[in-house]
Design a protein around this ligand. Structure first.
Ligand code: TXE
Length: 520
C-alpha cells in the first residue's frame, strides 16, 4: 500500500511520481488509477471557464435547468452499476452501501431539487405590515461559481449533492475531491458530460490540500467544504480572509441515548448498523452509546452478539463491512482502543486488524467506558462502538452535550414524548428518535452541524437558497411625491407626526398597538 502518513489528511504517497496522485483499492492494494496534482494556474483556468459557461446557464429558465439536471440523474441511474463498483473499489465500502447510501441518495437529491427548485427559488413577495405603499420581493440570484471541496468517506453523494444544488440554482461548479478517492469524482464528470450538460460549467480539479487551497484562492463566489474539523478551520480562515461565504460540514461524535424502556432489539441493531456502516467512517455514525442501567447489560450482550455476526471482507462481495479507506484511521483506532483499555474499558470483541490482506479493522465493542477516555471524546471515524452506563435521562443528556461536536444524535425510547423531550435538549444539527443516520436521506431536511461540527446547511430549501444571493427588490405600490415627506428638508410637521404615530402604533394598549397585535 503506497501511503505514508503524517498528520490527518496529509497522507503522502511514497511511490507516486512527482505531481501525481495514485489511487489504490483499500481492500486489495490494487492500483486503480493516477491523477495529476493540479496547480493554482489550472485551478484558476477551471474557475474562469466555469464563470464563462455560467453566464448562459443562469439565463436559462430554471425549469430548463431542472430538466437538464434530470438528464444527469437519468445518466447516473442508467450507469449505476458502474458507479457502485467504482465506489466499492476506490472507497472500500460494500456495494450494498455504495448503492443505497451514495447512488440512491444522489438520485433522490437530483429528483427533489429538480422538482422543487422552481418553487423554492421563485421570487417571494413579502406581506408588509406597515409600509403599505411599498412592494417588497425577495429574488434568488445565482452566486456565480461555487467551489466544492470534499472528503474520502462518501466520495460520490457528498460532492454530488452540493454540485446538483449549485447547478440547479444557476451556478458554475468546480469540485476538488479528496486525494484519496479522486476517480469517483472523475466518473461523475464523465456521466455529467454524457448527459449533454455544458462542458465547462462543471469541472473536477484533482489534487491535495494545496489544490483545495488554490480553489479558495481562485475567486469562487461560495465554498462548500466537507471534511475534518482541523482542515475545516484552515478552510474557514481562508474563506474569511476573502469574505467568501462558506458552508462547513465537519466532524461528528454522534451519541446514542438508550432509555431503559427502549425496544432492545431495534436499539441494539441500530447501534451496530450506525456504528459499523462504512466501517464507522461516517460523520453522523454512532460514536458513543449511553445506555441506562435497566437495559445496559442486555444491550451490551445483544450488541456484542450482533457485531460478531457481521461479515467483513471484499467490498465487491456479499459483506457487511469493507475496508478502511484512509490508512491513518487504522492507527487512530488502535490508539483509542489502547487508551480506553488502559483506563479500565473492557474489550468485548474485535480490537485489531483481521488476518487478511488489505486495510481492514475488526468491528470493535468497548464497554465500561467513561468520559476520561479519548474514545468518548474524539471523533473515532472507524469501527469502534464504546458503551457507557448512565443513570437516567438527565445524566444521558448532560454527557451527550459534553462534546465539542454537534452534528447528529439519536434517542431510543418506547415513549415518544420522553424521546422527543430528550431530543429537544441535545445540541446537534440532526436528532433522530428510534432511528440512526437515515436523516441524511431526507432530501427535504437541511443537514449540518453546530459547535465544531461546522455551520451552514446542505440539502433542503436551505441548500438551494444558500447557493444564491437573496436580493430584496423594493418597488412602489403607490407613487410618492417628488418632495418625499421623509427626505430633506426635515419639516416640523413630519417630526410631530412621527411622535404621534410612535405612541399611537406602539404604546401598549392603544388602538393601533392592539390592531398591530391582532394582525401580528
Ligand atoms: O477530511 P480532510 P478527510 C468529516 C469526517 C472526518 C473527515 C474525513 O468527520 O473528520 O471529514 O475526511 C482538502 N485548503 N466528514 O480526512 O482531511 C482535502 O484535500 C483546502 C464530515 O478527507 O479534512 C480533501 O479534499 N482544502 C462530513 C478535503 O479538504 C484542503 C461528512 C477534506 O480533507 C486543505 C463526511 C486546505 N488547507 C466526512 N487541506 C459532514 N459533516 O457532513 C485539505 N483539504
Amino acid at each position: 500500500m503506497g501511503w505514508i502518513t503524517q498528520a490527518r489528511g496529509e497522507g503522502t504517497q511514497v511511490d507516486a511520481p512527482q505531481g501525481t496522485i495514485r489511487s489504490y483499492a483499500p481492500a486489495t492494494g490494487e492500483l486503480l488509477g493516477e491523477v495529476p496534482v493540479m496547480d493554482a494556474e489550472r485551478v484558476r483556468d477551471a474557475v474562469a471557464r466555469a464563470r464563462r459557461a455560467q453566464e448562459a446557464w443562469a439565463l436559462l429558465p430554471i425549469e430548463e435547468r431542472c430538466e437538464r439536471i434530470r438528464r444527469f440523474r437519468d445518466e447516473i441511474v442508467r450507469r449505476a452499476d458502474e458507479v457502485v463498483e467504482l465506489i466499492a473499489r476506490e472507497c472500500g465500502k460494500p456495494k450494498a452501501e455504495a448503492l443505497t447510501h451514495e447512488v440512491f441518495i444522489t438520485a433522490d437529491l437530483a429528483t427533489w431539487y429538480a422538482r422543487e427548485a422552481p418553487r423554492i427559488l421563485a421570487p417571494r413577495e413579502l406581506d408588509l405590515h406597515l409600509l403599505k405603499h411599498r412592494r417588497a420581493e425577495v429574488l434568488y440570484a445565482p452566486r456565480g461559481v461555487v467551489g466544492i471541496i470534499s472528503p474520502w468517506n462518501f466520495p460520490f453523494v457528498i460532492p454530488m449533492g452540493d454540485v446538483l444544488a449549485a447547478l440547479v440554482a444557476g451556478n458554475g461548479v468546480v469540485l476538488k475531491p479528496s486525494e484519496v478517492t479522486p476517480l469517483i469524482a472523475l466518473k461523475a464528470k464523465e456521466l455529467y458530460d454524457a448527459a449533454g450538460l455544458p462542458d465547462d460549467l462543471f469541472s473536477v480539479v484533482t489534487g491535495d490540500g494545496k489544490t483545495g487551497a488554490a480553489l479558495i484562492d481562485a475567486g469562487v463566489d461560495k465554498v462548500v467544504f466537507t471534511g475534518g474539523v482541523e482542515t475545516g478551520r484552515k478552510v474557514a480562515a481562508a474563506c474569511g480572509e476573502r469574505l467568501i461565504e462558506a458552508t462547513m460540514e465537519l466532524g461528528g461524535k454522534a451519541p446514542v441515548i438508550v432509555c431503559d424502556d427502549a425496544d432492545l432489539e431495534r436499539a441494539a441493531r441500530a447501534v451496530v448498523f450506525g456504528g459499523f456502516a462504512n466501517s464507522g467512517q461516517v460523520c453522523i455514525g454512532v460514536e458513543r452509546v449511553y445506555a441506562q442501567g435497566g437495559i445496559y447489560d442486555r444491550l451490551v450482550e445483544r450488541v456484542v452478539a450482533l457485531t460478531r455476526e457481521l461479515r467483513q471482507g471484499d467490498p465487491l462481495g456479499d459483506v457487511d463491512l469493507g475496508a478502511i479507506i484512509f490508512p491513518p484511521q487504522i492507527d487512530n483506532a488502535t490508539r483509542l482502543i489502547e487508551d480506553a483499555v488502559s483506563r479500565g474499558a473492557q474489550l468485548r470483541c474485535g480490537g485489531g486488524r483481521p488476518d487478511r490482506e488489505g486495510q481492514f479493522f475488526e468491528p470493535t465493542v468497548l464497554t465500561g467506558c467513561g468520559h476520561d477516555m479519548a474514545v468518548m471524546r474524539e471523533e473515532i471515524f472507524g469501527p469502534i462502538v464504546p458503551i457507557m452506563r448512565v443513570t437516567d435521562d438527565e445524566e444521558a443528556i448532560a454527557l451527550a452535550n459534553d462534546s465539542h461536536l454537534g452534528l447528529a444524535a439519536y434517542v431510543f425510547s418506547a415513549d415518544r414524548e420522553r424521546a422527543r423531550a430528550i431530543a429537544e435538549r441535545v445540541r446537534a444539527g440532526m436528532v433522530l428518535v428510534n432511528d440512526v443516520v437515515i436523516g441524511y436521506a431526507v432530501s427535504e431536511a437541511p443537514f449540518g452541524g453546530v459547535k465544531a461540527s461546522g455551520y451552514g446547511k446542505i440539502h433542503g430549501a436551505e441548500s438551494l437558497r444558500g447557493m444564491c444571493e437573496a436580493k430584496h427588490l423594493g418597488t412602489e405600490r403607490i407613487p410618492m411625491p417628488a418632495r418625499d415627506p421623509f427626505w430633506f428638508p426635515y419639516q416640523p410637521a413630519m417630526v410631530s407626526g412621527m411622535r404621534r404615530a410612535l405612541r399611537a402604533v406602539y404604546a401598549r394598549g392603544t388602538l393601533g398597538e392592539r390592531i398591530g397585535r391582532l394582525f401580528g
